[in-house]
Design a protein around this ligand. Sequence first.
Ligand SMILES: *[C@@H]1O[C@H](CO)[C@@H](O)[C@H](O)[C@H]1NC(C)=O
Ligand SMILES: *[C@@H]1O[C@H](CO)[C@@H](O)[C@H](O)[C@H]1NC(C)=O
Ligand SMILES: *[C@@H]1O[C@H](CO)[C@@H](O)[C@H](O)[C@H]1NC(C)=O
Ligand SMILES: *[C@@H]1O[C@H](CO)[C@@H](O)[C@H](O)[C@H]1NC(C)=O
Length: 361
Amino acid sequence: MKPFLAIVLCCSFFSSRATPLPFEFSDCDDPDVLEAVDTALKKYNGDRTTGNQFALYMVMEGKKTVSPDTQFYVKYQIRETSCAIEENKHWKDCDYKAPAEAKTGECTARVHINKAEKTSNVSQDCKTVPATATIIPTEALCLGCYYPISSDSLQVSEILKQAIQKFNRHSDEAALFKLVEIKEAKRQVVAGWNYIIKYEIKETNCSKDQFQDLSPECKTTSTGVSNLQNLDVKDSKKETVDPPTLICAGCPRPIPKTSPELKELLEVSMEKYNLETNDDFYYKAGDIEKATVQVVAGKSYRITFTVKKTNCSKKEFEKLNEDCEATPNSVRLKCEAQIYVIPWENKILPQVNCTEELLPV
Ligand SMILES: *[C@@H]1O[C@H](CO)[C@@H](O)[C@H](O)[C@H]1NC(C)=O
Ligand SMILES: *[C@@H]1O[C@H](CO)[C@@H](O)[C@H](O)[C@H]1NC(C)=O
Ligand SMILES: *[C@@H]1O[C@H](CO)[C@@H](O)[C@H](O)[C@H]1NC(C)=O
Ligand SMILES: *[C@@H]1O[C@H](CO)[C@@H](O)[C@H](O)[C@H]1NC(C)=O
């Protein structure tokens, strides 16, 4: 698998909000951010003398200073490739190792790029871990999926504080219960956040008669009862504060149906589709219903559109051409295309699925 096939999902989970940095948040599709990541990664690969190169897997966060002297703060994930360091290749030209064999890692870097002098200064910290078969790349592709989050994050402790307070207020127990361990915390990016948290609470020596709320002197006791809890919270109040576009700068975001680049992408998609179908006639693209783009090491487009059967048969014509028209009662299909565009390789890789459902005319 080529590195570009991995989605660069820039979900900047604004955890640093509490401690403001002198940075502004930038989109991960900001070419400058990708350049900073590229610079940092090349440095990381260049500094190593043995082993294999790492390629970009995912840009997690990108910030840059507003001042004319641009400085970047980037956080990105990397994955081992099959190119040996000595081969001196660009990481973009290397294939990922199979997930079960690839080391993975995460880097945070400060990158100073002086465009005028074409110099850069990188200070970064990368942590790599040996291959694990448990990382499923497709999980990272899904905007609406749940992602594991660190259980010591501020949001999780705030949510649990409230949940345990509520438990203590409403339970039939005589004593107050206290958090012992967070077993699991996951979050879903929607219009706001959804959290799923599994945690354990335990009875303390503070009775509800004496104490209204937990205090530091309430300790769990060895004989105390413990209790596993599951929490599913919708944190929709965030909606007004962090609109999803801000939360998830590099996640798939809608683009206007009239965006000029879509025309070419649809053409390429239809070419592929027509090549693959057994139908004797060419199909051509009709209306676009929806289109999104996601920044990858390249770009990933997703377009929902309709296609119509034309009056051009494959026997007669080598290709779909402008004179091919849909006949009045022609078959219409609903299609979903996913298209990877890799500018530096001049490649457009479409994948089109159409359902043979007749749409209301
Ligand atoms: C590079 O960055 C380090 C750490 O931020 C700094 O001390 C050093 O002066 C920088 N060097 C140049 C040439 O900018
Ligand atoms: C609970 O136990 C702790 C430590 O054993 C003790 O310091 C504290 O005073 C106790 N609290 C109550 C309300 O008994
Ligand atoms: C398809 O239909 C259009 C419009 O009716 C017509 O101009 C064109 O010549 C037709 N093409 C074929 C191959 O029949
Ligand atoms: C097309 O269908 C295949 C197989 O069901 C699926 O893996 C793929 O994700 C689909 N692609 C799109 C763009 O919907």
